[in-house]
Design a binder for this molecule. Structure first.
Ligand code: FES
Length: 123
């Protein structure tokens, strides 16, 4: 019998899940910014959308500023999106794709709840 315990791949990849904050730190239906591994991420907590928290880059690639967490959440032809607070382009919250200028895309991250703690997949 070996003294070394092999960590299953499923748990190894689980190490990329990082605890971000408590539900109370989030603002329902609005954005906040979080710093995760030196990267600014905009989080949008939508209690009416199955309690989902969307996570995208806080960097607006068109305005070239860290502002996306201050964007307004809305619906553009049935697509749940966030509007840049500066130049008003809309980004699909699920895919990060800019609706007006599709060559611009925000990075997106998976999130999940563990009780009332929000976790983000950094892999
Ligand atoms: S920042 Fe509030 S629990 Fe971590």
């Amino acid at each position: 019998m070996s003294d070394v315990m092999e960590i299953p791949q499923s748990i190894k990849s689980d190490l990329r899940w990082v605890k971000i904050c408590h539900k109370d730190d989030l603002v329902p239906n609005s954005g906040i910014a979080a710093l995760v591994n030196q990267q600014q991420i905009a989080l949008y907590y939508l209690p009416k959308q199955n309690n989902v928290v969307y996570a995208v880059d806080n960097w607006d690639p068109i305005a070239e500023a860290y502002v996306m967490s201050r964007g307004i959440i809305g619906d553009q032809d049935g697509v749940l999106c966030v509007a840049s607070p500066l130049l008003k382009q809309h980004y699909d919250l699920a895919t990060g794709k800019c609706l007006e200028v599709p060559e611009h895309t925000l990075g997106t991250w998976k999130t999940r709840w563990n009780n009332n703690e929000l976790w983000l997949y950094t892999g």
